[in-house]
Write a protein that binds this ligand. Structure first.
Ligand code: ARG
Length: 464
C-alpha cells in the first residue's frame, strides 16, 4: 500500500475493505496533470516564504516535471494501491528525491488540492467542448447549405404543419448549439483558480507568496485567460466547501445533451421508412443478428439514451451537495465520477455527431412527395385571404371547409376549378391556389425573420 498522507494519530491499520471502498485513485488519476500544477505552485510559494531552499525547490520541481512528462506522454500508470491521485504523486516524488519529499506537502491540504485540480479540469475540458461546439456549428451550416434548395415539412405535435426550408431546419439546431457555445463561453471566462486555502482556514504561507507563485505559473503555462481573477483565496472556507462550478459545468453539458438528444430523435424519425427523408451513413448504424434487412440508427439511439445518465450525473452532485455542513466533507469525493462521465460522454457524442452530419444524405424524392401534401399549405391559403381583406376567422373557416370538401369528394384543392371554388364564397381562384401551394412560395411568404444566409458565420473559439 502507498504511504498515506495521514496516520500519525492512528494505532490501527485501516480496514482492507474500507480502504478499497474509500479510495478514489481508480478515477481521480484523470486529475494527475492539475495536481502536479498544484504541487509546482506550492513548491514555489514555499520557496518564496523561505520554507524551502532554492536547491530543494529546484529538486522537487524537477521531480514533479518528470512525472508531468509521463502524464503528458500517456505513460503515467496510476498506482491502484494509492488512496488517491494526491497520495500517488507524493509517493512518486518520494521515489525520485527520497527524504526531501517529506517537505512537499508542507502546510497544505488535499482539500485545497482537489478543488484546484477539478477547477482546472473543468476549464481545460470546457475549452475542448467549446471547440467541438464550434465544429458542430459549422457542420450544421454545411449540412443546411448542401441542401439549400430543399424544403421539408415542419412539424408541431409530430403532425405535418407548414413547409420550411431545409436551411431553416438545420438553422434551428444551429441556434441551439450557438446558445450552448455562449453559455460555455461565459463559464470559461469567469473560471478562476485559487490556491492556499489550507484545509479550510487558510494557510500560514503568506498570500503574497501564493499569488506570486500562481502568477508566474499561469504566465509560464500560458493559461492567461485564467490569470486575471486567479489570485490566492478570498475565502478559504468557501473554496474547499464549494462545487457549484462543477454543477454549473454539468448544467451546461446537460443542456448540450438535451439538444443532441432532440436532434438524434429527429434524425431517427426522419430515417425511418415512414418518413424516409434521411439516409443515414452506414458507418454509424448497426445491423440485426436475425433480420438481414436492418440498418439501425444505434449511434443516435445511444445519444438519446445517454441523456438519462447525463441528467443523472447533474442531479447526483446537486443532491450530494445539498445538505453538507461547511466545509469539506468526504461526500464531495463523489462528484468526480459523474463529472468525468458527463465530460467524456459529451465529447464522444459531439465528435461522432459531426462526422455523422457530414455524411447524411437527403432523399429528395421522399421530401418532394411529402411536400405534395396540400394540408401543409392551408395556413398560407389563410394568409393569402387575409391579405385580400378577408377577416382572419372567416379565412380560417373557408380553408377548413375547402380541406373538408377535398377529403369528402376525393378531389385535390389544386385541381378544383374556379366554379367549384366559387361555392366557398371566397376570392380564391384556381390560379391563386397553384401559386400558393408551392414550397418556394410558402417559405418566401414569411417575412418575420431574416432568411437564413448562405454562410452563417461560425464562432471561433476564443480559447485555444
Ligand atoms: N479524494 C478526496 C476527494 O476527492 C480528496 C480530498 C481528501 N480530503 C480529505 N480531507 N480526506 O474529495
Amino acid at each position: 500500500m502507498v504511504k498515506k498522507l495521514w496516520g500519525g494519530r492512528f494505532k490501527k491499520e485501516i480496514d482492507k475493505d474500507f480502504f478499497q471502498f474509500q479510495k478514489s485513485i481508480q478515477y481521480d488519476y484523470r486529475l494527475a496533470e492539475y495536481d502536479i500544477y498544484h504541487s509546482i505552485i506550492h513548491v514555489s510559494a514555499l520557496k518564496e516564504s523561505g520554507l524551502l531552499t532554492v536547491i530543494e525547490a529546484k529538486e522537487l520541481t524537477i521531480a514533479l516535471n518528470e512525472i508531468f512528462t509521463e502524464v503528458r506522454e500517456e505513460k503515467f500508470k496510476p498506482n491502484m494501491n494509492a488512496e488517491d491521485i494526491h497520495s500517488d504523486i507524493q509517493d512518486r516524488v518520494e521515489k525520485k528525491v527520497g527524504k526531501l519529499s517529506e517537505k512537499l506537502h508542507t502546510l497544505r491540504s488535499r482539500n485545497d488540492q482537489v478543488v484546484f485540480d477539478e477547477k482546472w479540469y473543468c476549464y481545460k475540458e470546457g475549452i475542448y467542448v467549446i471547440s467541438l461546439l464550434n465544429v458542430i456549428l459549422s457542420s450544421l451550416n454545411h449540412f443546411g447549405n448542401r441542401y439549400r434548395d430543399c424544403y421539408i415539412p415542419g412539424y408541431t405535435h409530430t403532425q405535418r404543419a407548414q413547409v420550411v426550408s431545409f436551411l431553416s431546419y438545420t438553422g434551428a439546431y444551429f441556434c441551439m448549439f450557438e446558445r450552448d457555445f455562449e453559455r460555455l463561453d461565459v463559464f470559461l471566462k469567469k473560471s478562476s483558480i485559487y490556491i492556499g486555502s489550507g484545509a479550510l482556514a487558510g494557510s500560514a504561507i503568506p498570500r503574497a507568496a501564493y499569488s506570486e507563485a500562481l502568477r508566474k505559473f499561469l504566465e509560464k503555462t500560458k493559461a492567461m485567460s485564467l490569470s486575471s481573477k486567479s489570485l490566492a483565496v478570498r475565502n478559504p472556507l468557501d473554496n474547499v466547501a464549494s462545487r457549484d462550478f462543477v454543477i454549473e459545468f454539468l448544467n451546461i453539458l446537460s443542456i448540450i445533451q438535451m439538444h443532441l438528444s432532440r436532434m438524434a430523435e429527429d434524425f431517427i424519425l426522419f430515417s425511418t421508412k415512414e418518413f424516409g427523408f434521411f439516409d443515414l451513413p452506414e458507418e454509424f448504424c448497426t445491423g440485426s443478428s436475425l433480420m438481414p434487412h436492418k440498418k439501425n440508427p444505434d449511434f443516435l439511439e445511444l445519444v438519446r439514451g445517454n441523456t438519462g445518465k447525463i441528467y443523472g450525473n447533474l442531479m447526483s452532485i446537486l443532491v450530494t451537495m445539498k445538505g453538507l455542513p461547511l466545509t469539506y466533507n468526504r461526500d464531495m469525493q463523489l462528484d468526480k465520477e459523474p463529472l468525468f462521465s458527463s465530460v467524456e460522454t459529451i465529447k464522444d457524442e459531439l465528435k461522432i455527431t459531426v462526422d455523422l452530419i457530414g455524411k447524411i444524405e437527403l432523399n429528395r424524392k421522399r421530401l418532394e412527395d411529402a411536400l405534395k401534401d396540400e394540408e401543409l399549405y392551408a395556413t398560407e391559403l389563410v394568409e393569402f385571404l387575409v391579405y385580400q381583406g378577408v377577416a382572419f376567422s372567416r379565412a380560417h373557416e373557408v380553408v377548413g371547409k375547402l380541406i373538408r370538401y377535398s377529403e369528402d369528394e376525393g378531389i385535390k384543392i389544386k385541381d378544383m376549378s374556379d366554379k367549384t371554388l366559387s361555392k366557398f364564397n371566397c376570392k380564391l381562384t384556381h390560379k391563386d391556389i397553384r401559386k400558393i401551394m408551392n414550397p418556394k412560395y410558402a417559405v418566401s411568404s414569411k417575412k418575420s425573420f431574416s432568411a437564413p444566409k448562405k454562410t452563417t458565420s461560425v464562432k471561433s473559439p476564443r480559447f485555444k
